[in-house]
Write a protein that binds this ligand. Structure first.
Ligand code: HEM
Length: 509
């Protein structure tokens, strides 16, 4: 009798679980999709349980590279061939599905502007489907936080990135860059012309920079963390079926490896934070983001727990390392293609910097260099898309975007849209940003390298500073030329990176 009771209970529980799964994976997405259709949004037909993922994975005749002879900056249909195709049949706003999750695709800045004016920053969510998937990378750090939790973290962290605080960090950037340059000089001196995989080298140096500026981490630990981050990213983004039910169990090896790597990084960071908390001794008089964060934490009413501090430090690494390293790498590629701009920047460096020490005040005068960075981030945005999830019904005009709708904002598409930028959209023309922070784009929200609204990137001043310091030092000492071995194949691995590295010929000046 008791056994029968237990079995009945288990059967009811199983039925309940089954119905819950059916509801959240089938019925609820279909209801949301119907509602979006009712408001006029269409899109490619999905198949249960993959949605449109299988079609997104197909190559569909797109070559894996442009080849070195066809070096074009017209990259949207190459990096996002499926979005480019669907845009042709469904316009710049449509619905597509990742597994059982419908997403509203947006490549229309006017639509984005109208929608985002209806939502205050703390009411924006980040898609739950990515939160679970990216947990080993960002934990519950600022990039993924929402609501009052986000407001509190952002208020606490933002002051650490003030220009006054960043001033302290220029010497660390100079030091790491000079170490890389010494390595290059030794190699050049022993063999003349030199081909260097710029992406790998800059990634290592940016890793040292972010490690020392964020947590005062020494080079060896920095290398360990950066390598683990790189592997973690490969595990998470190589073959992806996000949104497909039970995928984490089907691809169990990947899930376990990613979690393990995430935990190892947490452990290293935890150890650094604990040591720092215990030793109140000032280290060589240098201040880094962790010092500032711990100070803010002391002075703020409610404090961040150690786990929250670990997540925030991890976020600095993940949000700051790849993005900055890629911005510098793509810049060197574009300068190698445009020697005239290389020379213009060298002249500017001579005029503005001369023999002065590199600090935040001196580099503020490098106006052309800033235009170059803006143009590089337009053509090759390190963060190629932005994601949101509605946490309430969003009403504007005669539209309603229902609570829970995921959104995918295609930054690459907007940055390469001739209707927004004109016919020269795919040309490298930094002068478009001279005296115009929006680069002549005819829509305010058509240029979004650092995101938008209250959730705009916190590290942008730090990355401008790093970009200027690294470039000033490199251009003063080296000339860059394209290498015949370079294969142009920008590809998405969370960020926009050169799939086969970025070999350039580096010559001493
Ligand atoms: C070229 C370099 C960089 C680019 C292109 C970039 C781009 C972005 C973008 C697109 C976002 C998302 C904004 C949104 O969802 O609307 C973001 C957020 C963020 N970035 Fe950056 N970033 C860069 C460098 C950095 C650095 C160096 C750091 C810190 C060390 C950093 C820290 C953050 C943080 C903490 C957020 C989350 C802000 C929030 O949600 O409130 N970023 N970044």
């Amino acid at each position: 009798m008791v056994l029968f009771g237990i079995l009945t209970l288990l059967a009811i529980l199983a039925l309940f679980l089954f119905l819950k799964l059916i509801f959240s994976w089938w019925i609820s997405p279909i209801l949301r999709n119907r509602m979006l259709h009712r408001y006029g949004f269409e899109g490619p037909p999905p198949n249960f349980p993959f949605g449109n993922v299988l079609e997104m994975k197909k190559k569909n005749g797109v070559d894996s590279s442009f080849g070195s002879s066809k070096l074009t900056h017209d990259i949207h249909s190459f990096v996002f061939p499926y979005f480019s195709r669907w845009q042709n049949s469904h316009g710049k706003v449509f619905i597509y599905w990742l597994g059982t999750e419908p997403f509203l695709y947006i490549a229309d800045p006017e639509f984005l502007k109208k929608m985002s004016t209806e939502v205050i920053a703390k009411r924006w969510g980040k898609p739950n489907v990515f939160k679970n998937d990216r947990e080993p990378m960002f934990g519950k750090g600022l990039v993924m936080a929402e609501g009052n939790e986000w407001v509190y973290h952002r208020h606490l962290i933002a002051p650490t990135f003030s220009p006054l605080n960043l001033k302290e960090m220029s010497s660390m950037m100079v030091e790491s860059t000079k170490k890389m340059m010494d390595r290059w000089i030794t190699r050049i001196n022993s063999g003349g012309n030199l081909e260097i995989d710029i992406e790998r080298e800059i990634f290592a140096t940016s890793g040292e920079i972010i490690a020392s500026t964020s947590m005062g981490i020494d080079d060896e630990n920095a290398r360990t963390i950066c390598e683990k981050l790189r592997t973690l990213k490969m595990r998470l983004f190589k073959t992806r079926y996000v949104g497909v039910p039970f995928i984490e169990f089907i691809d169990i090896k990947r899930t376990i490896e990613a979690k393990k790597l995430g935990k190892e990084i947490d452990k290293l960071l935890l150890c650094i934070i604990e040591t720092r908390k215990e030793s109140k001794v000032e280290r060589k008089g240098r201040v880094d983001l962790l010092d500032l964060l711990l100070d803010e934490n002391e002075n703020y009413g409610k404090r961040l727990s150690t786990k929250q501090l670990v997540d925030e430090c991890k976020t600095f690494f993940f949000a700051g390392l790849d993005t900055s390293a890629l911005a510098i790498s793509w810049t060197l590629m574009l300068l190698a293609m445009n020697e005239d701009w290389q020379n213009q920047l060298r002249d500017e460096i001579k005029d503005v910097v001369g023999d002065k020490e590199l600090d935040i005040n001196v580099i503020a005068g490098l106006k052309k260099m800033k235009c170059v960075m803006n143009e590089v981030l337009r053509l090759y945005p390190s963060a190629p898309n932005l994601q949101r999830q509605a946490r309430e019904d969003i009403k504007f005009g005669n539209l309603t975007i229902p609570n829970g709708t995921n959104m995918w904002i295609d930054v690459v598409a907007m940055h390469h849209d001739p209707l927004l930028w004109g016919e020269n959209v795919n040309e490298f023309q930094p002068e478009r940003f001279m005296g115009d922070i929006n680069g002549g784009c005819n829509q305010k929200m058509g240029y979004l390298p650092f995101g938008f609204g209250g959730r705009m990137c916190l590290g942008r001043n730090l990355s401008f500073m790093e970009h200027k310091i690294v470039l000033t030092l490199l251009l003063s000492r080296f000339r860059f030329k394209m290498s015949p071995t370079y294969i142009h194949s920008p590809s998405i691995m969370l960020s926009l990176r050169p799939a086969y590295g970025l070999p350039l010929i580096v010559q001493s000046i």
